[in-house]
Design a protein around this ligand. Structure first.
Ligand code: CDP
Ligand code: CDP
Length: 572
């Protein structure tokens, strides 16, 4: 049976999304489907569920007919948004179980059984009949839906994929467990690509998106744009043909296919702050990602990330990645320039605001340290950096977007100030590695886990970058709360209000790993990373007044300052 994919009758496309393990099919596919308003189906779950059940029932790969009889027990389940990204076995959700290492190790063997694949085929095709679906797998474009309206093949080097998978599981990529993931992926790639039935291969008419170095959001945008482009050319084939004939005209007669609507350019007050790129990179903020990564038109141009989407047969220009930014030397001591600069900034801040510092005794003067603070105003980096330098007896390092460092004069000053360039168009890993380098050198790194300034001054939900950094580096974390800076310098206001009280509170430095250990929490894997992040954010929340604790208010116990502050306080 071949599935007819006449788009017009369905008002949406059938999109095949194939690629090797950990290339991003499930996560990118699910995110792209949500943005597009499409359904999503992760077919890998079907093979994983069969494998899980077979292992449970002790059925080996030779028991083909018994394995086929398992198929009716398995069902893909909607996550509530039209995405079939859960799987139930006999009515019980087993999504977590089927992603375990036992299944990872065995799945390719079971997925290579022709009878099993055949038994799953009709089911996958039936899902595509009503269109408007993105289906992820290995053989969707080649076998399951050879007539799909659009075929996308996601790819990345096996090293990058292994690193992503390790980070996803909270595992150090260079550790023994990390290296095992790499070996396992290589083995699975080999089995999936060289099996007799429906091997993993790029369909001739697929668009290949190479994602090495891409941020997650960039990859999602590339997929979304390809779908939009394909939708538009389906809707107006005649016009598109005419448009192609007119290619090169300044005002083409055809309406160009609409790219994924770029997130509206945020007003200046809402833009991601320049020195918070740790989370631009480590948390993949959607607004920032869209603002910097979205091509303004779906046409592939040499300066747009869309150029990374290359159909294998056509000679489309491929965007070269910019050379990596020149690294900033790690700031290790307060030289004349840092000392002078900090003193000037302290003087300015002190003359505009009524500053108070609390808990500022016994701050560690040596060894690695992660300073993690809330972020509610543009004054925060100064209120933290320029003052902590003196209190720690050493400078604070930051991550910042590379553009900051590329202007001749300011670039020089920012480098002196210990800001390390991070390429927002590159992978999360780059920011992470720079952060690790600073900590491994035994120095201080300041981060705003929220990434962007909070809209209402209260803590926002953060992703797990900071928790993973704390766990992997083993560096103690110094929680810092900047209280009321949002009132002193509200977002969208050009200048700060004069004479407002702002309190900077330092908590006690603590080891996240030890805290999880004493609380009986897992110390490895994703649950550990989540728990570590929660623990850091709760410590910051505990230093803030209730109105600023936001989403982390629930974890604060006992109430604010009591017991949380190191002793001492000073007004400046
Ligand atoms: O998430 P990951 O890429 O590691 O794997 P998956 O997409 O969940 O797929 C697990 C396994 O199922 C793959 O290694 C393939 O052997 C198999 N599979 C397949 O053969 N055909 C598909 N359409 C999807 C998955
Ligand atoms: O489904 P598949 O095995 O192809 O991959 P996945 O499970 O969706 O992605 C593997 C990991 O890579 C996830 O943690 C993704 O968030 C991450 N990823 C990434 O960091 N950057 C990308 N461009 C794509 C995926």
């Amino acid at each position: 049976m071949r599935v007819s994919t006449t788009t017009r009758s369905r008002g949406g496309l059938v999109v095949a999304l194939d690629g090797p393990a950990a290339s991003g099919k499930s996560s990118v596919g699910a995110a792209a489907a949500l943005r597009l308003g499409y359904r999503f189906c992760d077919t890998g779950l079907l093979y994983r569920a069969i494998t899980w059940l077979a292992l449970y029932r002790r059925l080996r790969a030779e028991h083909a007919s018994a394995l086929v009889r398992l198929v009716p027990e398995i069902e893909l389940v909607d996550d509530g948004t039209g995405r079939l990204s859960h799987v139930a076995v006999d009515g019980v959700d087993r999504t977590t179980e089927v992603r375990g290492p036992d299944v990872d190790a065995a799945v390719s063997a079971y997925a290579g059984i022709a009878e099993v694949r055949h038994a799953l085929l009709a089911r996958q095709r039936a899902l595509a009949l009503s269109g408007r679906i993105l289906m992820a797998g290995r053989d969707i474009g080649t076998v399951v839906l050879p007539d799909a309206d659009l075929k996308v093949f996601l790819d990345a080097s096996v090293e990058e994929r292994a690193e992503r998978r390790a980070l996803e599981r909270g595992i150090e990529p260079d550790s023994k467990a990390g290296r095992k993931i790499l070996t396992e992926l290589r083995r699975r790639d080999d089995l999936d690509s060289n099996r007799d039935v429906a091997p993993l291969r790029v369909a001739d008419d697929a668009i290949v998106i190479r994602t090495d170095g891409n941020t997650f959001d960039m990859t999602v945008s590339l997929v979304v744009n390809e779908v939009r482009r394909a939708e538009a050319s389906r809707e107006a084939p005649a016009a598109v043909a005419e448009g192609q004939a007119n290619a090169g005209n300044e005002s083409p007669a055809v309406e160009t296919p609409a790219p994924e609507a770029p997130a509206p350019e945020p007003p200046a007050s809402m833009r991601r702050d320049d020195v918070t790129a740790f989370d631009a990179a480590a948390s993949g903020d959607e607004t920032a990602a869209a603002a910097t990564e979205e091509p303004t038109t779906p046409e592939v141009d040499a300066a747009s990330p869309a150029a990374l989407a290359v159909p294998p047969t056509a000679a489309r220009p491929r965007r070269l990645r910019r050379p990596p930014p020149k690294p900033t030397p790690i700031a290790t001591r307060i030289g004349f320039l840092i000392g002078m600069g900090s003193a000037v900034l302290r003087g300015i801040a002190g003359s505009i605001l009524r500053l108070r510092f609390e808990g500022d005794t016994n701050l560690p003067r040596s060894g690695p340290l992660i300073v993690a603070a809330n972020h509610a105003s543009s004054a925060d980096p100064v209120l933290i950096g320029a003052f902590l330098n003196g209190k720690l007896g050493r400078p604070v390092n930051w991550l910042g977007k590379r553009e900051l460092l590329e202007f001749p004069l300011t670039g020089w000053a920012f480098r002196i100030a210990g800001i390390h360039p991070v390429d927002r168009e590159a992978a999360d890993l780059d920011a992470f590695r720079t952060a690790m380098r600073i900590l491994e050198a035994g120095q201080v790194l300041a981060v705003f886990p929220e990434g962007t300034r909070s809209r209402d001054g209260a803590l926002q939900q953060v992703r797990e970058g900071v928790g993973m950094l704390a766990l992997r580096s083993g560096a103690p974390v110094l929680p810092v709360a900047v209280v009321d800076s949002d009132r002193a310098w509200p977002r969208g206001q050009l200048l700060p209000n004069f004479g407002r009280r702002v309190t900077v509170r330092y908590g006690k430095p603590f080891s996240v790993g030890e805290e999880l250990g004493t609380a009986g929490q897992p110390r490895r894997g994703r649950p550990a990373t989540e728990a570590a992040t929660r623990s850091i954010m709760t410590r910051i929340a505990a230093l803030l007044p209730p109105r600023q604790r936001g989403v982390y208010a629930v974890g604060v116990e006992p109430p604010p300052q009591a017991g949380e502050l190191a002793t001492g306080g000073s007004a400046s």
